[in-house]
Design a protein around this ligand. Sequence first.
Ligand code: NAD
Length: 453
Amino acid sequence: MDFQEILDSQKKFFRTQKTKDIKFRKDNLEKLKKLLSDNEKLLLEGIYKDFGKSKFDTILTEISFVKKDIEYYIKNLNSLSKPKKVWTNIVNQLGSSKIYPEPLGNTFVIGAWNYPYQLSLSPMVAAMAAGNTCILKPSEIAFYSSSAMAKIINENFPSNYLFVAEGGVPETTELLKLKFDKIFFTGSTTVGKIVYEAAAKNLTPVTLELGGKSPAIVSKNADLDIAAKRIVWGKFLNAGQTCVATDYILVENTVKDELIKNIKKYLDKFQYTEGSEQYTQIINDRNFDRLVKLIDENKVIFGGKTDASKRYIEPTLMGNVNWDDAVMQEEIFGPILPILTYTKFEDALEQISEQEKPLAAYLFTDNSAEKELFTNRISFGGGCINETVMHLGNDNLPFGGVGSSGMGHYHGKFGFDAFSHQKSILTKSTWGEPDLKYPPYTDSKLDWIKKLI
Ligand code: NAD
């Protein structure tokens, strides 16, 4: 595959100005939405073959998610792309000032495997809405999902506008050598650094959507039943293979037993059994083996059963965990939930602050002082109070990491902005010409300038 040739054709097409046309953008977004409906069976089959993800989960967290994004952009495109008039300061009178959002141009989106459709197509949709061309490289690890997207897009859109490049590290490495106007990457922090370094060679702006260990703090002031229910749902959705899943719980030690009892209740109730509608497989043998090594049998207080032939790991709770345990040395990204404790709320925040900044953080409490401390003291990409994961379902909230969990944001307006340049133009009238800024310089001109600025 000659990626340079495809990118050159996209550059040529971008220069025709067609992608900037609002009707063109809306028509193509509409077309993609229809293709997602028409090809739902293909999409469901692909992801099921990859890791047994059910129809319910795939529609909820992947296909509907992307369609919702498309609808948002179709509805809001006129206002998002409209030039915005801003106030013109006194030294620039007589004039007017406007900000023109313009597409960056030829973009490259690299997807992760864990939500293969959402994490590939949502950024691509934002790129389309902002008026760009796009080469999308989904993760080769979700092979059948990647093929489904390639089939749908490459058979229905011209490659000089949208193109799905399938492949793994060699193909991504080749693509990263090319000069794009924007690279949008979702994946691990390790590969994020490779992408950032490659982008730097061409001064290409990047959005890096990375991972990390996202904590859930459960205070003694929490509704412990709701806390357990919402943590369990967010954690075991997709078998824990969610970038914003709770990685570990930090619970006030006086309520630990009550919380664990409630968590066990919901684990039973939600029936995360092998092959069930609500549970997925571990994506591949490499990740299965990695996860199994993180389970310390002496610390398992629920679950712990595994089946390599089905790549099944039962939801597993580990108690009495401390920061030296293997499970606390890396992002878990699977159905293992370690429980750590604290005695003072500030200590819980301190433990989190000592780690790399996480992609998400959650707090369960009804205490307003704790809510305020959580919000203002620790740094994390985004999160929830008395909920997990759902913040990313609100298009009005920017989604992204900070520090080693990423840079830049997307979703809704923020996705549009991630693929746009804000071009500012000051338009001056040709009459009314104060002499102040022009030589020869004099003290009285300087006095006026001091007063005006
Ligand atoms: P990954 O970094 O291994 O792979 C991501 C993409 O990078 C894939 O398309 C892959 O082909 C490519 N890639 C892998 N190695 C490469 C290399 N050496 N050079 C160039 N490209 C390479 O990540 P993953 O396993 O697909 O996803 C898991 C990670 O992604 C977790 O850390 C998770 O937290 C994170 N994640 C973050 C978000 C988010 O929105 N912030 C979402 C999902 C996953």
